[in-house]
Design a protein around this ligand. Sequence first.
Ligand SMILES: NC(=O)c1ccc[n+]([C@@H]2O[C@H](COP(=O)([O-])OP(=O)(O)OC[C@H]3O[C@@H](n4cnc5c(N)ncnc54)[C@H](OP(=O)(O)O)[C@@H]3O)[C@@H](O)[C@H]2O)c1
Length: 142
Amino acid sequence: PQHTARRKDMMAWFASLVILGSVYVAALAFRLLSHLTVCLRRPKDLRRCYGTWAVLTGPTSGIGWSVAMELARRGLNLVLVGRDPAKLRDISETISRAAPTVQTKTVLFDLSLLTTAQGETSVRRRCGSCSRPWRSWTLDCW
Ligand SMILES: NC(=O)c1ccc[n+]([C@@H]2O[C@H](COP(=O)([O-])OP(=O)(O)OC[C@H]3O[C@@H](n4cnc5c(N)ncnc54)[C@H](OP(=O)(O)O)[C@@H]3O)[C@@H](O)[C@H]2O)c1
């Protein structure tokens, strides 16, 4: 009887370990599957989802520069907004070299002036012929 009790104890331990191990392996498999799903998922067709053009602020350096290159790689034409003409030309040329089919338009504008009279004047100067309020301008207005 002592032998049987020890055997039962061992079986209980073994069962607990098996359950613990199974839970661990299941969690690991779930994480691996989630990771694989992200890696293997086909990238979203941005042109189909959002249209062929995107307006991008801050594309001349940092995060904006990387986003500009990635969007161009994925085939979006870009309106690049910034304050420095030389830097805008630079990113525009870099995009043209990396993705020759992608079109770019550069817009020289200081976004900190957006809600000021100076900003309004600057935008009006850019497109005096546009009769719509500038906040509802479309790409053609630029
Ligand atoms: N870096 C990070 O780790 C991090 C983390 C979280 C969030 N962010 C946020 O992400 C954004 C980008 O950050 P970043 O580090 O890549 O660079 P950043 O130095 O904040 O931004 C540089 C870009 O912003 C443009 N820019 C700055 N002021 C502007 C203005 N008044 N009008 C138009 N363009 C202007 C610059 O263009 P020009 O100089 O050519 O005009 C340049 O292309 C920021 O809002 C930042 O707060 C950054």
